[in-house]
Design a binder for this molecule. Sequence first.
Ligand SMILES: Nc1nc2c(ncn2[C@@H]2O[C@H](COP(=O)(O)OP(=O)(O)O)[C@@H](O)[C@H]2O)c(=O)[nH]1
Ligand SMILES: [Mg+2]
Length: 348
Amino acid sequence: MGGWTPTSAALGGPLLLPYPALSWRTGSVVLNRFRRSTIDSEDQQKLDKSLEKTRRGVLGRIGDLFQANEISDELWDELEELLIMGDVGVDTTLKLVEATRTRVRKQGIKSAKDAYVALQEEMVTLLRADAPPLDIDNRNRLLTVVLVVGVNGSGKTTSIGKLARYYRHKGKRVVLAAGDTFRAAAIDQLKVWGDRAKVSVIAHEPGADPGAVVYDAIRASQESRDADILIVDTAGRLHTNFNLMKEMEKIRNVAQRQVHKAPHEVLLVLDATTGQNAVTQAQKFGESVAVTGVILTKLDSTAKGGVVLAIADQLGVPVRFVGTGEKIEDIAEFDPWVFVESLLAHGD
Ligand SMILES: Nc1nc2c(ncn2[C@@H]2O[C@H](COP(=O)(O)OP(=O)(O)O)[C@@H](O)[C@H]2O)c(=O)[nH]1
Ligand SMILES: [Mg+2]
């Protein structure tokens, strides 16, 4: 991927960032660039809270490192060590530290405090802050189709339920499609989440053709249900990448034939608690499906939050949502600035 050009929409949004608690906590190292967050304050707080464990882990020590030291080779070595221990991954860590050092050299930065700001800005860049905005809440389109993919257990069905509620609360009409027809339990589970979110679920019998489910779901969304957003659950794992690819192609073709430019987003669900394995899994999935964004679940129950950086960097697609708990309201839109400030906040 890559090649995104910054858009004003990506930087736009109604709210100024950071909210007061965060800027207070980061103290003297408040980022010096004027910017806006695209997410609302409730999501900012959820994202911040879900990073508690990560902040208490090794990555929480980065702030102290820059406060206690002058810029030196040792400082960079220690930073590298902390990032690798903090699940950022070797490749992404080396890239991040190199980019920060280059910036420090080029800009003639002399104080560790300013170098710390440079590090934060490089992290934001790595997190694809220049990505186009998420293409779900689109007023100019009659029906938006979102495919949700990922291995079983990653939190796919839970996330779909959360998204259904999230967009319903924004005044959108949402329909869900039970495209994972391989397991009867998967269909039932989606129905349970549909009930919780108070949205309709279109399902066929177990073993049915997922393409037919998607076809019916689109028809229903366009006709009787008059929906704005259709979210499609898909099979978690098929025996081979080839099967998965064929299945995805089929669903994609059905969607494309009925709705212009569908699917509009393909969101890959990854479990943050698996750390670097999530990156490997994402790369494997990427071979079968053209992923446009990531939902990173279970951020609340892990200290491995640094993996967000590795995922955005190694996949080249932005993280769009994070799972912040097991309840239906426990989801937040992701924002690179909020993430970085929250991750590197210290002293609490
Ligand atoms: N703590 C926490 N648990 C989650 C989150 N998302 C999902 N889970 C849990 O992960 C497990 C698997 O979720 P499920 O949606 O069934 O995964 P699926 O097989 O991919 O559809 C369930 O026990 C969920 O409660 C999250 O954001 N935080
Ligand atoms: Mg499921």
